[in-house]
Design a protein around this ligand. Structure first.
Ligand SMILES: [Zn+2]
Length: 207
């Protein structure tokens, strides 16, 4: 898919195929959405949550940004896209699970890992991925064999930690209405790892 004509041809396949088979589902969804799961993933074109989890329309409330980051709770009147989606998902939709999913070969993580690249990353990408600077310094101090992977996984932990800075997230968890999860997708093998909160490590999901 390289051109807008390719894109529109994809739409035509969707109309004839997936949509044609799910007319009733779409008609029902037009009356409202009620997803149980929110997924926060990277904007990377190679890690598409609806493909990876084989979800149907209406099942996954998804936010994607560079490096699947959740900034901390900052009610300062600025334009916080992730926070707005989070507030809507937890407060209005009442999702029961939030999954933060990182992935392999993440360009945002790579930019943070290499300060030179981070400086050249532009006036928005550089500051955005600098959210991970402290995490990067901590990760590098441990001299991991694969710094890129180590920071991708630590970035998921970081976003999960920041989710807990939102009062409405803490309240929903305390009330037993919400659970947080971490995941990481390997583009090269198509394998998914899931954060085991008891063991505090990522485990390969059987397939
Ligand atoms: Zn990424």
């Amino acid at each position: 898919m390289k051109t807008i004509e390719d894109l529109l041809n994809g739409y035509r396949r969707f109309r004839r195929g997936v949509y044609g088979q799910q007319v009733d589902l779409y008609a029902r969804l037009a009356r409202g959405q009620d997803p149980d799961i929110m997924l926060i993933g990277c904007a990377d074109s190679r890690a598409d949550p609806s493909d990876i989890f084989d979800t149907a329309p209406g099942e996954l409330f998804t936010v994607r940004n560079v490096a699947n980051l959740v900034p901390p709770y900052q009610p300062d009147g600025s334009l916080h896209g992730v926070s707005a989606a989070l507030e809507f998902a937890v407060g209005n939709l009442g999702v029961h699970h939030i999954v933060v999913m990182g992935h392999g070969q993440c360009g945002g993580v790579k930019a943070c890992l290499h300060p030179e690249r981070q400086r050249q990353a532009g006036e928005f990408v550089g500051p955005w991925v600098s959210q991970l600077d402290e995490v990067r310094d901590r990760v590098l101090a441990e001299q991991p064999s694969d710094p890129q992977l180590a920071l991708e996984l630590a970035g998921v932990h970081h976003s999960l930690k920041n989710l807990m800075t939102f009062p409405f997230v803490r309240e929903a968890i305390a009330a037993g209405r919400l659970e947080l999860h971490g995941a990481w997708f390997a583009i090269s093998s198509g394998e998914l790892s899931w954060l085991d909160s008891q063991e505090d490590c990522f485990q390969l999901v059987s397939h």
